[in-house]
Design a protein around this ligand. Structure first.
Ligand SMILES: Nc1nc2c(ncn2[C@@H]2O[C@H](COP(=O)(O)OP(=O)(O)OP(=O)(O)O)[C@@H](O)[C@H]2O)c(=O)[nH]1
Length: 413
C-alpha cells in the first residue's frame, strides 16, 4: 500500500503499526473504534471491511443521504446558495465554499462534505459530457523561496486569461503548518492577476498539519473546477515535504529553479527532481542568461540519469523570463503537449485515480493517528513511556507496542 510520501517517516511507521493493529481487531470492534468517532461519510466503508462488498455501491450515496436528512432548513438553504453560486461561477460563493472546507468546526465539516459530494456529482456529469476527460488541468508549481514563482504565475496566468481560460491559483504554504507564519503570503503577490476577473487566487490555509492543509487544498481544487476554472495552479515553496504533497494532487508537476550558483542548488531535493514533469529555469534574462544556460545544461544531464516516470512523456528543462516574457508561451505550449500526450495514453486519468487512493489513505492515517493520540488509555500512559524511551530505559519499539496494546485492549469490542 502506497502512502503519501510527505508524511514524516516516524509518523508513517507509527501510522502503519496503528493501522496494522486496527486491521487485526475483530471486524466488529474495528467498526466500533473507527466507524463512529473517527470517520465520516463514505470514508468509513473502506476500512471496516465488514460487509464491504454489499455496501460498496450504495455507501457514498447513503452516507450523503444520511447527512442531508440531518440538515436543518437553514443549513439546506446555505448549501443550496453556495452550490448554485459556485456552479454559476460566482467568486464569492467559491471563496465561501473554500472557507467551509477549511473549517475545524465539526458540524460545518459535515456540511462541507455534503457540498463537496454535490460538486463532485456535478463535475462527473460535466466529465461525461466531455467524453470522460477531465474538465480542468491541474498543475503544481514548486521552487525554492525567491525562485520567481509568483512572477511566473502572474505572467502565465495573465496570458491564459487573455486566451479565454479561467485560472485559479491555490497556495500550500508549509510554514503555516508549523509556525502559523507564512513563507509565501506576507508580501503582495500577483497583483495584476488578483485584479483579473477570470482569475481566482487563494492563499494557503492559515494553520493546521500538512495533512490538513493538503486535504483542504485537494478539496479546494474540486470546488474551483466546479466553479468553472479550467486551469488550476497549485503553488508551493520548496521547503519541507509540501512539494511532495502537491506533486501528489496534480496532473503535472513543474519545478522552477532560479539561475543561482551550484551550492544553492544543493538545497533542491533529488527526490523532487524525480517527480518533476518539467523543469523551468527562471529569470533567463540580462546578466542571468549565462547562469541560466549553465543550470539548464546541468539539470538536463541530471534528468537523463533518472528513471522515467511516464511512457508518454520525457521531462525536459527549459528557460524562461517573466520579466521579458521570453520562453513563457513556449513553456505553456509544453504543458499543453504534456496534457495531450498523457490524456491520449490514459496516463493522466490513471494518475488521478491513483491520487484519489493515496489521498484517502492519507486521511485515514491522519484520523487514525489523532484517534489513537486522544484515546484516554494512550494519553494516560504516554508521558511516562516517552520519558522512559528518551532516558534509554526501554526501546521505542517496546513503548510503541505497549501503547498500541493499551489502545486495543480498552477499545470497545
Ligand atoms: N531578472 C529577473 N528577475 C526575476 C524574474 N522573475 C522574478 N524575478 C525576481 O526574483 C525575485 C523573486 O521573485 P518572486 O516571483 O517573488 O519569487 P517567488 O518564488 O514567488 O518568491 P517567494 O514568494 O519568496 O517564494 C523578485 O525580486 C523578482 O523581481 C525574471 O524573470 N527575471
Amino acid at each position: 500500500m502506497k502512502l503519501m510520501p510527505y508524511v514524516f517517516p516516524k509518523m508513517r511507521r507509527f501510522g502503519f503499526s496503528l493501522l496494522r493493529h486496527i486491521s487485526s481487531l475483530p471486524s466488529a470492534s474495528r467498526t466500533c473504534c473507527l466507524h463512529r468517532r473517527v470517520f465520516t461519510g463514505s470514508y468509513t466503508s473502506t476500512i471496516t471491511g465488514h460487509g464491504f462488498q454489499q455496501h460498496r455501491r450504495n455507501m457514498s450515496s447513503s452516507a450523503l443521504r444520511q447527512h442531508i436528512q440531518d440538515l436543518s432548513g437553514a443549513e439546506q438553504r446555505l448549501l443550496d446558495k453556495l452550490y448554485e453560486g459556485l456552479i454559476g461561477g460566482q467568486r464569492a460563493s467559491l471563496a465561501e465554499s473554500i472557507t467551509l472546507v477549511e473549517t475545524q468546526h465539526p458540524r460545518k465539516k459535515e456540511l462541507a462534505q455534503v457540498l463537496l459530494q454535490r460538486v463532485l456529482a456535478y463535475r462527473r456529469e460535466q466529465e461525461s459530457r466531455n467524453g470522460g476527460k477531465p474538465v480542468a488541468f491541474r498543475v503544481g508549481l514548486s521552487g525554492p523561496p525567491g525562485a520567481g514563482k509568483s512572477s511566473f504565475i502572474e505572467v502565465v496566468g495573465k496570458m491564459l486569461t487573455g486566451r479565454g481560460h479561467k485560472v485559479s491559483v491555490l497556495a500550500v504554504d508549509p510554514s503555516s503548518c508549523t509556525t502559523g507564519g507564512s513563507l509565501m503570503g506576507d508580501k503582495t503577490r500577483m497583483t495584476e492577476l488578483s485584479r483579473d476577473m477570470d482569475a481566482f487566487i487563494r492563499p494557503s490555509p492559515a494553520s493546521g498539519t500538512l495533512g490538513g492543509v493538503t486535504r483542504t487544498t485537494n478539496e479546494a481544487v474540486v470546488l474551483c473546477e466546479g466553479a468553472g476554472y479550467d486551469i488550476v495552479l497549485v503553488e508551493t515553496v520548496g521547503v519541507g515535504q509540501s512539494e511532495f504533497a502537491v506533486a501528489d494532487m496534480v496532473d503535472m508537476f513543474v519545478l522552477l529553479i532560479p539561475p543561482a550558483g551550484g551550492d544553492e542548488l544543493q538545497g533542491i531535493k533529488r527526490g523532487i527532481i524525480e517527480r518533476a514533469d518539467l523543469v523551468v529555469v527562471t529569470k533567463a534574462d540580462g546578466d542571468l542568461m549565462g547562469p541560466a544556460r549553465r543550470i539548464q545544461a546541468e539539470y538536463t544531464s541530471a534528468l537523463k540519469l533518472l528513471r522515467r516516470q511516464s511512457k508518454s512523456w520525457n521531462p525536459e528543462v527549459v528557460r524562461a523570463s517573466s520579466h521579458t516574457n521570453d520562453g513563457i508561451p513556449e513553456v505553456w505550449a509544453m504543458l499543453e503537449s504534456y496534457r495531450d500526450a498523457m490524456l491520449a495514453s490514459g496516463e493522466l486519468q490513471g494518475r488521478r485515480r491513483a491520487q484519489q487512493k493515496v489521498w484517502m489513505w492519507s486521511l485515514i492515517q491522519d484520523n487514525a493517528l489523532a484517534h489513537f493520540q486522544n484515546h484516554p488509555s494512550v494519553r494516560g500512559a504516554l508521558p511516562q513511556l516517552e520519558q522512559r524511551v528518551t532516558r534509554g530505559e526501554i526501546s521505542p519499539g517496546l513503548a510503541a507496542d505497549l501503547l498500541l496494546k493499551a489502545f486495543t485492549s480498552s477499545s470497545p469490542k
